[in-house]
Design a protein around this ligand. Structure first.
Ligand SMILES: Nc1nc2c(c(=O)[nH]1)N[C@H]1C(S)=C(S)[C@@H](COP(=O)(O)OP(=O)(O)OC[C@H]3O[C@@H](n4cnc5c(=O)[nH]c(N)nc54)[C@H](O)[C@@H]3O)O[C@H]1N2
Ligand SMILES: Nc1nc2c(c(=O)[nH]1)N[C@H]1C(S)=C(S)[C@@H](COP(=O)(O)OP(=O)(O)OC[C@H]3O[C@@H](n4cnc5c(=O)[nH]c(N)nc54)[C@H](O)[C@@H]3O)O[C@H]1N2
Ligand SMILES: [Mo]
Length: 561
């Protein structure tokens, strides 16, 4: 497989996952209760089971897949067939909710704007692993990294703040407080483009500077240094999911936005805060939605007769694995529709192979930049596309058919895309985001005005360890590659190969250890897709955004002999 040499983002490079994509062994045959069967037979069984359970409570559970719009054509069928759907997020939903509260809509910073920045702050994001195509655009910038772990990018950054996990909100309030103390706030932005500024000031002044420093683990001198680098400069802040894997996740993004707003960093060239949204803002939605939806992170599978799982591996990716396993075993009929064998396909009654993007027509928005990509079908594969499956079910159970594939693709394209230099982009990003105001009712930015954290006491004491979960370079969550180690700092008298038991208020799990000198002395780490991590995480959801909170816990560690 080759990349397009002229593409303005990838510039002819494939990420390490795409480089090995064709070697990955796909699921190429259907299974019924463990026995290989033909695809035709599998579709017949699916149809019969849908008829059997039609009047009962059933769930359609989908993950994110590859952002292809045609993937959701199955959702269209199950919504029309009376299934319950999922809402909320396992991913970036808490932060997204916080951004929407302040700005009305969560627009990313197009690559064309990042290119114009003088300083870039990488905050709780690890593009070295999770977004390698971003790296060339960071090369000639002053770089500041804020992360509890010394990432590769942090090693080469102009400044690195090894923040306390879950401490980012206090860091944002601290920096805003010092900007205000130094009278460096952007009064023109504040007066003409924002609301709630006085409340924001009152909020950060409820804490002493010392208290804020203690809560985020950063010294005041460092804050002066960082502000020296920022004030008067074109600054973009690229925030990842790291900062928001907590109950208070929406407040964190709102506080980071408010810090950016006090410096007037919105609606100006080369400035802004970019979170992990995709480029689909402003496009039409093609598919009907469910009448009833339940939170994805705390889905109780035991309540449903039939569960249809697509684009996801909930037995590894959902928090509180023990609960997930128990509850899914109580459902009467589980269908897995995916590309690869995994923990979820293993327990499913019926397994239906999907085809990859190479064998179906689709159009996709992009995670983290402004481009829209057509994905024409290039080859045949064993299996069935979402469109074909949905059309089959519509015809055989609801007596109607979907429109032609290309009509949906055309409709999506028409709703908000435009060609620029030979590539499709979203019209929304032809202009600097928020240049003409925010997407709130009155077009103004809303500063964070209140914040309460009932859980901070658990986090502030010195007992136990923080446990991070981050993305692996070679994996895509639980696909392609697994790393099941527990990474520990070098102050614990543990060595590579030691076995430990880790316990949290929600469960326990044992791991083989790897020492990682880049961790804080109070912090442990696993990669996403680790088969054990989610035995430790809670099935709670964030206070806003209904997002999983994988790091809302402290853990204890014990060496096993
Ligand atoms: N290779 C690869 N790329 C991927 C993925 C993959 O699995 N593999 N997954 C994709 C998906 S689904 C997503 S959502 C994106 C996510 O992309 P990122 O946002 O980059 O995701 P993470 O690796 O989870 O976390 C980023 C950083 O947050 C830090 N962090 C953890 N806790 C905290 C905290 O409390 N405060 C601060 N400041 N930092 C913290 C971690 O140390 C880590 O360096 O990546 C996408 N890209
Ligand atoms: N411990 C821990 N848990 C996490 C995270 C973490 O950092 N730590 N990260 C969270 C995040 S950010 C995310 S986004 C989720 C991701 O979690 P999941 O959505 O469960 O992602 P994957 O584990 O990659 O599983 C996706 C499955 O979708 C299937 N698939 C891929 N493409 C297609 C397609 O085109 N069609 C069909 N039908 N199927 C397809 C593949 O078979 C694959 O097994 O995990 C969350 N869980
Ligand atoms: Mo994600």
């Amino acid at each position: 497989m080759d990349a397009d040499k002229n593409h303005p983002v990838t510039q002819g490079f494939l990420c390490s996952k795409m480089n090995r994509f064709l070697d990955e062994r796909r699921l190429d045959i259907a299974y019924y209760r463990g026995k290989a069967i033909s695809l035709e037979k599998a579709l017949e069984i699916l149809k019969e089971k849908l008829k059997l359970y039609e009047n009962e409570n059933n769930l359609f559970f989908n993950g994110s897949g590859n952002l292809g719009k045609m993937q959701n054509s199955t959702k269209h069928f199950f919504a029309n067939f009376g299934f319950v759907g999922v809402e909320g997020s396992l991913c970036d939903g808490a932060g997204d909710a916080g951004i929407k509260e302040g700005r009305g809509a969560d627009l990313l910073l197009p690559i064309s704007e990042i290119k114009k920045s003088e300083v870039v702050i990488i905050w709780g994001r690890n593009p070295e692993n999770s977004n390698t195509h971003m790296l060339p655009f960071l090369k000639d910038k002053k770089l500041i990294v804020i992360d509890p772990r010394k990432t590769k990018l942090a090693e080469n950054a102009d400044m690195f703040l090894q923040v306390k996990p879950r401490g980012d909100i206090y860091l944002a309030l601290l920096m805003a407080r010092v900007v205000y103390m130094l009278q460096e706030e952007d009064n023109e932005f504040i007066e003409s483009k924002s609301e709630n500024f006085e409340d924001f000031v009152e909020l950060f002044e409820t804490y002493t500077i010392n208290e804020l420093c203690k809560r985020c683990g950063i010294e005041l001198e460092v804050i002066y240094d960082i502000l020296d680098m920022l004030i008067g400069k074109k600054v973009s802040i690229l925030v990842g999911i790291g900062v928001q894997k907590y109950l208070i996740g929406h407040y964190v993004l709102r506080a980071i936005d408010s810090f950016a707003a006090i410096l007037g960093l919105f609606g100006k060239e080369g400035c802004g805060v970019s979170y992990l949204s995709d480029s689909s803002f402003g496009f039409c939605s093609l598919w009907d939605d469910f009448k009833d939806k339940k939170s994805v992170a705390s889905a109780d599978f035991s309540k449903y007769s039939m569960v249809f799982i697509q684009n996801a591996n909930p037995l590894v990716s959902l928090p509180n694995t023990k609960r997930v396993k128990e509850s899914i075993s109580k459902s009467q009929f589980v269908v897995y529709f995916g590309l690869y064998k995994n923990e979820t396909s293993e327990i499913a009654d019926l397994v239906i192979p999907a085809v990859t993007f190479l064998a179906k027509n689709d159009i996709k928005s992009t995670y983290g930049n402004e481009y829209i990509s057509l994905m024409p079908k290039l080859r045949e594969e064993e299996g069935i596309s979402e469109y074909e499956l949905s059309n089959y079910l519509f015809k055989s159970l609801l007596n109607r058919a979907l429109k032609e594939e290309k009509e949906y693709i055309r409709e999506f394209l028409k709703s908000n895309s435009i060609e620029k230099d030979g590539y499709l982009i979203s019209k929304t990003y032809l202009k600097t985001p928020y240049l003409e105001g925010f997407y709130t009712d009155n077009g103004k930015f809303y500063f964070l005005d209140e914040f309460e954290d009932d859980f901070e006491d658990d986090y502030l004491d010195d007992e136990g360890f923080y446990l991070l979960s981050i993305k692996h370079k070679k994996a895509l969550n639980s696909s392609f590659f697994r790393d099941d180690f527990l990474y520990v700092p070098d102050n614990l008298s543990l060595s590579n190969g030691d076995r430990v038991e880790v316990s949290s208020p929600y469960g326990r799990a044992d791991f083989e250890v790897r020492v990682d000198k880049n961790l804080r002395s109070d912090t442990l780490m696993c990669y996403a897709g680790n088969r054990k991590f989610n035995y430790l995480s809670p099935s709670m959801v964030s206070l806003d955004g209904e997002c999983a909170v994988f790091q809302e816990m402290k853990v204890d560690i014990k060496r096993l002999l």
